[in-house]
Design a protein around this ligand. Structure first.
Ligand SMILES: Cc1ncc(COP(=O)(O)O)c(C=O)c1O
Length: 385
């Protein structure tokens, strides 16, 4: 048996959850003391906060002029559903899926909206070959597979002169990866991912072509109030100025503003991307050359820099799911990694969130603990057998 000593150092922050993700470094509730609590979100102060959140999001993400960015109900799911229900129907649809959330959007479109979509799936760890996709159809896909650790490497395969709309769930990509805005007609995300914000609020970004679709197409199905982006055939512009459809949490808005200002202070998008990349590199440097652990991502070109998914490859492991769960439990019990088990529908393993709010020193400190927990579990399994 390999003798692995208990690592001396621990991550200062053991929060490696893939959502809600670690708060910004140095976070404390005191930072939210400027929240206009007990005031209407439609009062001048509330509206100003919401508008500031929209403006700062646009600035940091580099959203082009002419694109709309609005805060919508029900987190990323709400934003995706608004897009699917409001836009799809007039053109043929292609649904691309390579993990659990993408598969959820397939279910919505095929089983709920009952559209006759072409469905293209890739197994966990891979993405669909974009060369096979017809972008004259409306195409729905996830930029980063949070549960499978793979991402779209760039937008090169998406034609600039496509006739269809590209609808992209970018919730675990936005703020940590470059998004090619000219290739994306709808982008959605939530605050609880890369910026370590709170759940409940979604962000919906629309290209001018998406707006045109909304204004010229009436869905064949009923549209609940929280999905409606148009009135009398015109876009409700107020939504994209901070006049939310229903009541947001001003505490969450304040928290998001604090995170956005932190993001700006570390160099904006460039700084955010660099932090995620350094974190993911710390994991991949650690697993390189080891024969007992591997990246779930098959091709390094599509390997995620936020949700890094790992699988155990040691031949001695009898029950992969039980083993991975037991390792994650050991890490949690030691207080070195919380919520680091693979997603329930994904192949067994670990998932280390490497988004921009995570400190690289914490990722580096966690790595020897993974080795320690692996060997401890192998030993426990051997004793039990
Ligand atoms: C790719 C993807 N889409 C959608 C969601 C759902 O996000 P929310 O719970 O913010 O609606 C998640 C959450 O992890 C996700 O990873």
């Amino acid at each position: 048996m390999t003798d692995v000593t208990t690592p001396a150092a621990r991550p200062a922050n053991p929060r490696f959850s893939s959502g809600p993700c670690a708060k910004i470094p140095g976070f404390s509730l005191d930072l939210l003391s400027d929240a206009p609590l007990g005031r209407s979100h439609r009062a001048a102060i509330g509206k100003a906060k919401l508008k500031e959140a929209i403006d700062l999001s646009r600035e940091i993400l580099g959203v082009p002029a002419g694109y709309r960015l609005g805060i919508v109900p029900a987190s990323d799911t709400g934003a995706v559903e608004m897009a699917l229900w409001g836009l799809l129907g007039p053109r043929p649809v292609e649904m691309l899926a390579w993990e659990s959330f993408g598969e959820g959007w397939v279910t919505d479109v095929v089983k709920q909206l009952k559209l006759d979509a072409t469905v293209r799936k890739a197994p966990y760890g891979e993405i669909v070959d974009f060369a096979t996709v017809d972008f004259d159809r409306d195409v729905v896909f996830t930029w980063n597979g949070t549960t499978s650790g793979v991402r779209v490497p760039n937008g090169d395969a998406i034609p600039a002169d496509r006739k269809g709309l590209t609808i992209c769930d970018a919730t675990s990509a936005a703020f940590a990866m470059d998004l090619p805005w000219d290739k994306l007609d709808v982008v959605t995300f939530s605050w609880q991912k890369v910026l370590g914000g709170e759940g409940g609020h979604g962000v919906l970004v629309l290209s001018p072509r998406a707006v045109e679709r909304l204004e010229t197409h009436t869905p064949a199905w009923p549209m609940p109030k929280i999905f409606r982006l148009t009135k009398s055939g015109r876009l409700i512009e107020g939504i994209f100025q901070g006049e939310t459809i229903n009541t947001p949490s001003m505490l969450c808005v304040e928290d998001y503003l604090v995170a956005l200002k932190w993001a700006r202070s570390i160099g904006g998008l460039t700084g955010l991307i660099a932090r995620a990349e350094a974190n993911a590199k710390a994991v991949r440097d650690f697993i390189a050359g080891k024969d007992w652990i591997a990246d779930l991502a098959v091709d390094p070109a599509t390997a995620s820099t936020t949700s890094v998914c790992l699988r155990f490859t040691d031949a001695r492991i009898a029950d992969g799911a039980a083993f991975a769960k037991a390792v994650a439990k050991r890490l949690e019990r030691q207080g070195v990694a919380l919520d680091a088990g693979a997603y329930r529908d994904a192949p067994p393993g670990l998932r280390i969130w490497c988004g921009s709010t995570v400190e690289t020193a914490d990722v580096a400190a966690l790595m020897p603990w993974i080795e320690w927990a692996f060997h401890a579990e192998i030993a426990a399994q051997t004793v039990a057998a």
